[in-house]
Design a protein around this ligand. Structure first.
Ligand SMILES: *Cc1c(COP(=O)(O)O)cnc(C)c1O
Length: 383
C-alpha cells in the first residue's frame, strides 16, 4: 500500500473540477481543467457572440494582463516580458527565428526531440552538455564547457517529456550567468513542478500540462536585456516600424478564450500556492515510484526520491508499452502516455510508460494502477 495521505490541497483541487471518468494519471500530457477555467473560456466565447470578437477582446484585456503578470510571478519576470503563444514549440520557434548572431546552442543529451528539430530548422549547431547516469546535467561540467568553448546560448529542458528527472535549474543558471551565456528554459514540464524563477533569460511553457489550463495556448517570456537584442523576423527588420521583437511575437488572431482560460488557471495555481503544489507533487512522485517499481515486471526509471510527479516505467522483456497503454484505457479507465524514443532521441533507447498524476491523485488510484499492471502481466492482451 502507499502512504499517500489526503490533504486540503488535494481535496480543493479535486472539488474544483469535473469528476474524472476513471483514473487520470496523465498531467504531463494534459491536466484536467477546473470549472472556473472552463467557464471563463466559455464566457469569453459567449461574449464574442454578444458584442463582437474585437469588442470582447478589448474587454478581456485586464484578465489577459493579469495572466501575463501571474506567469511573470511564477518565473521571476514582469508582465511585459510575457507573450502568449499557442504552446511551447511555437514559443521556441519564435525565439530561435529571431535569434541574433551565431547559431550555436548547448543542451543536455536528453533534449526533447521536437526542440532539436526546431534548432536544426533554424540552422543551429547543437553541442551536448555532460550528464550523469540519470540524464541530469552536471553543473560543474556546464561551467567548464562554457569556459572552454562558449555556445551562443544554453537551452535547458527543466524536466523532460520522457523521464521525470529534474535538472539543477538554479545551478545551471548560475554557471550561465558567470560565463555570460544566455540561458533558455523549456518549462513545458517544469512549470508547476519546479521553481522556475531562477534567472533564465528566456522561459517558455504550455498551459495544458501542470498549470491545468486549456489546450492550444502557452507563452514565451524574455528578459528585457535579451529581448532588446532579438531581431524581429516579421515584419522584416529593415521595414522601419515601431514594433519590437517581443511585440511581434503575440499573434493578434488567436483563440482568446483559451488565453482567458489559461490566465484563470494560472491565477488558481498561484492561489493554491506554488510551493505547496511542488511539495505535494514531489511526494506523489515518491509514492508512485515506491509502489510501482517491479510490479508486473515494470521497472521505475527515475531515482525514487526525484522531486517530480512524473514516473516512467521500462517494460518487462517482450512487452510493448503502447499496447498496455491502450489496454489500460479500454479495460481499466486508466489514462497514461507512452513516450517513444523520438521524445529524446539521444537518450531514450526504447518506449516507456509514463504516469503523471496531479495533486488530487489518491492512494486508491495508485493502487488501481498497480493492480492493473499486475493483471496486464498475466492477462493475454490482444493487439
Ligand atoms: C509538451 C512539451 C513540449 C511541447 O509543448 P507544446 O505546447 O505541445 O508545444 C516541449 N517540451 C517539453 C519538455 C514538453 O513536455
Amino acid at each position: 500500500m502507499t502512504t499517500l495521505a489526503e490533504d486540503d490541497l488535494a481535496r480543493d483541487w479535486r472539488s474544483a473540477r469535473p469528476v474524472a471518468a476513471g483514473v487520470h494519471v496523465d498531467s504531463a500530457a494534459c491536466s484536467r481543467q477546473s470549472f472556473a477555467t472552463i467557464d471563463a473560456a466559455a464566457q469569453h466565447a459567449r461574449h464574442e457572440a454578444e458584442v463582437g470578437g474585437y469588442v470582447a477582446a478589448a474587454a478581456a484585456q485586464s484578465v489577459l494582463d493579469a495572466g501575463r503578470a501571474g506567469i511573470g510571478a511564477l518565473i521571476g519576470m514582469g508582465a511585459d516580458d510575457v507573450a502568449f503563444t499557442t504552446g511551447s514549440n511555437h514559443a521556441l520557434d519564435l525565439l530561435l527565428g529571431s535569434w541574433p548572431g551565431p547559431r550555436t546552442v548547448a543542451c543536455a543529451l536528453g533534449e526533447y526531440g521536437p526542440n532539436l528539430a526546431l534548432m536544426a530548422a533554424h540552422g543551429f549547431t547543437v553541442s551536448p552538455l555532460a550528464v550523469d547516469e540519470h540524464g541530469r546535467v552536471r553543473a560543474d561540467a556546464v561551467a567548464a564547457a562554457l569556459h572552454a568553448d562558449s555556445p551562443a546560448l544554453v537551452h535547458l529542458t527543466g524536466i523532460g517529456s520522457h523521464r521525470g528527472v529534474a535538472q539543477p535549474l538554479a545551478e545551471v543558471a548560475d554557471a550561465c550567468r558567470t560565463a555570460g551565456v544566455p540561458l533558455v528554459l523549456d518549462a513545458a514540464q517544469a512549470l508547476g513542478q519546479l521553481d522556475c524563477a531562477i534567472g533564465a533569460d528566456a522561459v517558455y511553457s504550455s498551459s495544458r500540462k501542470w498549470m491545468a489550463g486549456p489546450r492550444g495556448v502557452g507563452f514565451l517570456a524574455v528578459r528585457p536585456g535579451l529581448a532588446q537584442r532579438l531581431r524581429r523576423r516579421v515584419p522584416p527588420p529593415e521595414w522601419e516600424l515601431p514594433i519590437s521583437a517581443m511585440q511581434s511575437f503575440e499573434q493578434h488572431e488567436a483563440n482568446l478564450a483559451a488565453r482567458v482560460g489559461f490566465s484563470v488557471a494560472v491565477g488558481q495555481h498561484l492561489a493554491a500556492g506554488p510551493a505547496a503544489v511542488r511539495a505535494r507533487l514531489a511526494s506523489i512522485g515518491r509514492a508512485t515510484r515506491t509502489l510501482l517499481d517491479g510490479v508486473g515486471g515494470w521497472r521505475v526509471v527515475e531515482p525514487r526520491d526525484e522531486r517530480t510527479a512524473i514516473t516512467t516505467l521500462a517494460p518487462p522483456a517482450g512487452v510493448q508499452p503502447a499496447v498496455v497503454r491502450d489496454w489500460l484505457i479500454t479495460e481499466r479507465g486508466i489514462v497514461t502516455t507512452v513516450a517513444e524514443s523520438a521524445r529524446a532521441p539521444f537518450e531514450l533507447t526504447g518506449p516507456v510508460l509514463r504516469l503523471s498524476p496531479h495533486v488530487d491523485v489518491t492512494a486508491a488510484d495508485l493502487q488501481a494502477c498497480a493492480e492493473a499492471l499486475e493483471s496486464a502481466a498475466t492477462t493475454p492482451i490482444r493487439t
